[in-house]
Structures are given as C-alpha cells and as structure tokens.
Design a protein. Structure first.
Length: 297
C-alpha cells in the first residue's frame, strides 16, 4: 500500500525524465505523520473503546450501565449452583418416578424433607382445605381432618347432583324415561327407499306434536346419501314451534320415504326435515290418519 502511494506521488510530482528507482529517495523526504484532524478522530475512537471495556468489566455489579436492549433482562448467575441437579438426573427422575430433590423413591418432591419449600407447600395446602371446608360448612370450626372433609364433600356432591338433576329434568325431553326406571318411551322404526333402509331406535311417538312425521337433519342427510329418496321443496315454508313453545324453526324441505313399524310398512310417507333431539317423531296427525291408539298398560 505504501508503495502504491509513493508511486502516485511520483507520477504527480515528477516529470517523465525521472526514473522510478528514485522513489525510495523521494519517500525519505515525505512526512507521513497524521494531521490534527486524524489525531482527534483516533483519540475519540480510543475513548469509546476504553468506555466499552469498562462497561463490560463491571456488567454484573449493581448500578452499572446497561444497553437498552439489556434493560429488561434479569441478572442471572453466570454459573449453575453446585447443588443443582444435572439434566441427566432430572430425566432419570422423571422416567423412574423418583423425587427430584433427593432422587429417591416412595415420595414426591413436594413431600421431600430436603425440599426447602416443603413447609410453605404444606401451609398453603392446609389453608386451601380450611377455606374449602368453611365455604361448604360455614360456622364449623375444627382442625383439618382429610377423611371427614372427603366424606363431607362426597355427601355434598351427591346431594348437589341430585338437586341439579331435578332442575334439568324439568326441561329435558327424556324426563319420562328417567321417572319410569329407565324404560324407554322411544320405539324402533325403519325408513326405506330404492331397496335400501336405515333403522333407528330413537323414534318418539308424540301425540302432543302438531305435525305429521318429523325427521332429524342428520338422519335426513344419511337418507339422501344412501337411500336417494324423492325431495319435496315446492311448498310454502311453515314455522314450527318447539316443545317448550318458544323455539321456532322454519320447515321448507321434506323427503318421501317408506316407514316400517313393528312389521307394518307405510309407503310414500312425507317426512318433514327439522332440527331436533330424536331421529324421528311421530306426530298427532299421523296417529289420527291411521287410527293408532297408545296402550299404556
């Protein structure tokens, strides 16, 4: 690099009659010292470098300067403590079910006598049980007895579930089944078309339903896929209220299928497609048309 600079100086300062062998003599006369501006720039660079070195050396001391990107990083120890378990020990404890504090069997880390946080865990556990006991049985003050608490909880859950069941059954379509010892009020029906059939045991005879025969949308989709029945859409949409008199649906789609009940078959029956819980519902008009009487004996 120095030779290139000297060569450029020679081309600029010397004429063509000067030979390049005189460059060393010319270099001896050139002053290569830095200017005042160069000296100031170098001084600033050295100052910044010394400042960064000082910051890095005092990085872990309290009150030291930290870069903006490190402001939210915690002061973590530079090395792991001597009593910290190794990664192999932790994996072995998890695999063999050992205590992660003393690496022995027959107990967990929370119950280990060598665990420093064991007392705090037991205190928190007892407070939680006491608070739960007071919420369930207010006004009763006694020491923590896990057996009595568990027995009281079991009795409370049993009574609570029974109470909730009675409340839910008031709005449950199957409340009659539950009241009659689990005997089903539904019957088995088969829908057929084009030589194929689908059978369901979730068909409900409902004399309170004002329609003819209703079919669930899910069963209707299966019938369309496997039975390929005739579709009926050329009738004005009709709103239908639910069993509670509040929920209203719009019926605008029907299927023509054969209905088989107890060995008897009815051909070309219109099934109104609707969202409901049962697969089929035989309504009051169906009972009227065929003179069907329900025998409850």
């Amino acid at each position: 690099m120095r030779f290139v600079v000297l060569k450029a100086l020679a081309l600029k300062l010397l004429d063509d009659s000067i030979d390049f062998d005189t460059i060393p003599n010319l270099a001896a006369k050139v002053n290569f010292t830095f200017t005042s501006a160069d000296a100031q720039l170098r001084a600033k660079r050295d100052e910044k470098k010394a400042f960064k070195n000082a910051v890095n050396s005092n990085r872990n001391e309290p009150g030291h300067y930290r870069n903006k990107r490190d402001m939210h990083k915690p002061n973590l120890p530079n090395s792991i403590q001597k009593n910290s378990p190794s990664q192999e020990q932790v994996f072995r404890a998890l695999k063999e079910g050992l205590c992660r504090t003393c690496f022995k069997k027959s107990h967990k880390s929370n119950d280990c006598v060598e665990n420093k946080n064991r007392g705090q865990y037991e205190k928190f556990r007892n407070e939680r049980i006491n608070n739960l006991y007071q919420n369930i049985f207010p006004g009763v003050e006694s020491a923590v007895d896990l057996e009595s608490v568990n027995a009281a909880l079991d009795e409370f859950k049993r009574d609570k579930l029974t109470e909730e069941n009675f409340i839910c059954e008031a709005n449950d379509q199957d409340f009659l089944n539950k009241r009659l010892g689990g005997k089903s009020w539904t019957i088995t029906c088969t829908i057929a078309c084009n030589g194929f059939s689908l059978t369901t045991s979730n068909a409900l005879p409902d004399t309170d339903a004002g329609g003819y025969i209703f079919i669930n949308r899910d069963i209707a989709k299966k019938a369309l896929k496997y039975l390929n029945p005739q579709r009926v859409i050329d009738f004005p949409p009709s709103p239908v209220a639910g069993f509670d008199g509040k929920a209203t649906q719009l019926i605008d789609f029907a299927l023509i299928l054969n209905l088989k009940i107890d060995g008897r078959e009815i051909v070309n029956v219109t099934f109104l497609v609707i969202n409901m819980k049962h697969d089929l519902i035989l309504g009051r008009k169906w009972f009227e048309d065929y003179g069907v009487v329900i025998d409850c004996r």
